[in-house]
Ligand binder design. Sequence first.
Ligand SMILES: Cc1cc2nc3c(=O)[nH]c(=O)nc-3n(C[C@H](O)[C@H](O)[C@H](O)COP(=O)(O)OP(=O)(O)OC[C@H]3O[C@@H](n4cnc5c(N)ncnc54)[C@H](O)[C@@H]3O)c2cc1C
Ligand SMILES: *[C@@H]1O[C@H](CO)[C@@H](O)[C@H](O)[C@H]1NC(C)=O
Length: 487
Amino acid sequence: MAAVKIFLLTVSAASVAIAGSNGNLKTCLRDALTDSGSVAFAGDPFYQVADVNRYNLNIPVTPVAVTSPTSSQQVAAIVQCAADNGYHVQAKSGGHSFGNYGLGGTDGAVVVDLKHLQQFSMDSTNWVATIGSGTLLGDVTQRLHDAGGRAMSHGTCPQVGTGGHFTIGGLGPTSRQFGAALDHIVEAEVVLANSSTVTASDTQNQDIFFAIKGAASGFGIVTEFKVRTEPESGTAVKYEYTLEVDSTEERASLFKKWQAYVANPKLTRKLASTLTLLEGSMIITGTFFGTEEEYNALDLGNQWGGATGSAIVFQDWLGLVGHWAEEAALELVGGVASNFYSKSTAWTPSNLMSSETIDELFNYIDSADKGTLTWFLLFDFQGGYTNDIPADATAYVHRDVLIWLQSYSINLLGSVTQTQINFLEQVNKLVTNDKAPYAAYPGYVDPLMPDGPEAYWGSNLPRLQQIKDDIDPKNVFRNPQSPSPAN
Ligand SMILES: Cc1cc2nc3c(=O)[nH]c(=O)nc-3n(C[C@H](O)[C@H](O)[C@H](O)COP(=O)(O)OP(=O)(O)OC[C@H]3O[C@@H](n4cnc5c(N)ncnc54)[C@H](O)[C@@H]3O)c2cc1C
Ligand SMILES: *[C@@H]1O[C@H](CO)[C@@H](O)[C@H](O)[C@H]1NC(C)=O
């Protein structure tokens, strides 16, 4: 409780400081949002409660204003007010940024909350869907289903927003077959820093199209997506293999078997798999997009000997997607704000962990002071379609990744402690091959990471900085880790 009180004091002190000098901004935004839409300013009554929902309670941030436009015209007018008065801008879609970047990431941003942008339509001649950028993933699933039994790849947390997810990556169980969410985008409507609204696609504003597919938060606000869709998968088998309270050696041994299995380049793209380490257990979960007979033929139980397996066959897509949202790790963090810290790293087929490194990792995990019982490490099998796209085709650069690690540590009682942070940093240090450039997933922002832009966008960073220079030289769209203009 003490920590919470300190937060509130800090926040209101900052609000007062900001509120003094923004008269022109207030007038401009109120004029921009007369007919519909709304705006709340820092210092207003109920501003905290109604408009600033920080997903990561560990990171304080106070926007100067939170706007809720109802059209792309209003989004453009808001951007103009902010740019003319020297404020930075961030869109908020689902508000699930690990660094609260949807609230600006640092104090004083004008936030454009996209919650009213819910437009949806399906072109049944080519099955391209039009989706407003305030739509949450759970609603995307339902609306695509209702529009002809269609689907697309995206992550499994229903409360995540399309705005932040489709523009940063968007990896989910069907990504090995159909790509990241951003690989589905065929066109986007984007509001730029000079407040003009453009269409970006493979044939129009190609640089902007490149940038918004993986780094949009620094380049503009996508108001609407057009995405290709696939038919929903028919039968699918969701499996789970668990090792409870086993020795360090047995865990390391199962991990090695799993890594070797997913490293087989001939392995079917219909198989998704995640290995999760939690306090007291190790679980391999995933979905096979095919029939029970095909699934049985994989004989996973034999591959991962020692673990207890179970499987559920799904005939309906909505049931399967609903079940994904109930995974252990998501249940802990999905819909609720908490104090947490998270890091990511990745392996390609050529720098997978050696047997010795895996032993070291498991020894460390079983002996380290983690500072909490609520930590987990997710090893996500990637590869497949996401590897087919050249690294320079979209801002999202990590096309060679075979396995992503996402590590998480939560404090249910107050601020994240240095012991918790040290544990995640030490895990990353142990497992990362320092000969390769460090890769981090831009969707799991790690505000403490130095050189964030290099880790998120790698060899695409110079081109992004050039585009930034061309379309947003004053850095209107920014958060603590977005690309800076080249000059
Ligand atoms: C519980 C949980 C589960 C997750 N699971 C997955 C997963 O399975 N797979 C995966 O790939 N990722 C996953 N993520 C990461 C998630 O994809 C990112 O956090 C994503 O950026 C969140 O988007 P948002 O719209 O909810 O967040 P926001 O905080 O609203 O936005 C995040 C960033 O995107 C920017 N942004 C938002 N909308 C727009 C827009 N329209 N135009 C331009 N910029 C915009 C914001 O300004 C901000 O910088 C998960 C995150 C959480 C918290
Ligand atoms: C706004 O910026 C875009 C991208 O640089 C440019 O194409 C467009 O002409 C600019 N619009 C105006 C009105 O200056």
